[in-house]
Ligand binder design. Structure first.
Ligand SMILES: [Zn+2]
Length: 281
């Protein structure tokens, strides 16, 4: 599932493809891809895709959302869901699993390609305000550990599911939350109040560089399709999906648990389990 780095890689590519160009229309292959809200189901009456003509007004990215502008304020939010991609297609062909396309004045089109159809296009009147609605600050936007920890005040549960709560911090998903916790030596099941101050400091200091490295690893300067690890792409991660393999730091075998309903990978030596907790497999 695309997280902040994968979505940012898509946004940078779309920014490059649309620079200096104008929209000339849209192509709606799957009307259910156009939705009235980010987390809503397709509406039965359908939603107007909005007006797409004139200069491309810019490409925004906040958390896991992309915003495409048409005109001074309006446009659309795009959520890539589980498997969505933004792909550039030259000419009029509809790519496999192409749901919706924005057409450009150079004859190209930017397609929402989405095999599993969890992605969506949400027309909005004000991209800049809609793209941040309901979200905490991006995970790479904290000046220090104190301000990051403050976003989790009142949370008593395990740290990993808390990191996935987009209302607290935006952009982290199952993979990058797990990787970050391995880097700072915190077990994913450790209760939030027991996360040491030094670990919050390390997260706040490290996340910008870790996430940017992941963006660059996705090839934002290339035009070919990105391939997520969940789609069979290479696994560049330290612990994600590496149960039984040696920890890159200490060589202990990586373990896996389901925490908060999500598969979680961790090193039993680098990330000691919280006291009194039992592993749930
Ligand atoms: Zn280790």
């Amino acid at each position: 599932m695309p997280e902040l780095p994968e979505v940012e890689a898509h946004a940078r590519r779309v920014r490059r493809w649309t620079a200096g160009r104008s929209w000339v229309g849209v192509r709606v292959v799957d009307p259910t891809a156009v939705r009235p809200g980010m987390s809503t189901r397709p509406s039965e009456g359908g939603v107007s895709p909005g007006v797409w003509s004139g200069p491309c007004g810019g490409v925004l990215r906040v958390a896991k959302r992309v915003g495409l502008r048409a005109g001074p304020t309006g446009g659309a939010l795009v959520h890539l869901g589980m498997t969505g991609h933004l792909s550039r297609v030259l000419g009029g062909d509809v790519p496999r699993f192409g749901r919706f396309a924005w057409q450009l004045d150079d004859g190209s089109a930017i397609w929402l390609v989405d095999a599993r159809r969890f992605g969506c296009v949400v027309p909005v009147d004000d991209v800049a305000s809609a793209i941040v609605a309901g979200l905490g600050p991006d995970a790479d936007a904290f000046a220090d550990g104190t301000s990051l920890a403050a976003r989790f005040r009142g949370c008593r549960g395990p740290i990993k599911p808390a990191l996935l709560d987009q209302a607290r911090v935006g952009g982290l998903g199952n993979i990058h939350a797990g990787e970050a916790l391995w880097r700072v030596g915190v077990h994913p099941r450790r209760p939030v109040p027991e996360v040491p101050e030094a670990a919050w400091d390390a997260l706040a200091a490290g996340l910008p560089g870790w996430l940017e490295a992941a963006v660059l690893n996705e090839g934002p300067d290339h035009d070919g399709d990105l391939r997520y690890v969940s789609e069979g792409g290479a696994n560049p991660f330290f612990v994600y999906d590496r149960e039984g393999q040696p920890c890159p730091r200490c060589a202990a075998p990586i373990q896996r648990e389901v925490i908060g309903g999500r598969g979680s990978w961790w090193c039993p030596a680098c990330q000691p389990a919280p006291c009194g907790s039992a592993a749930v497999r």
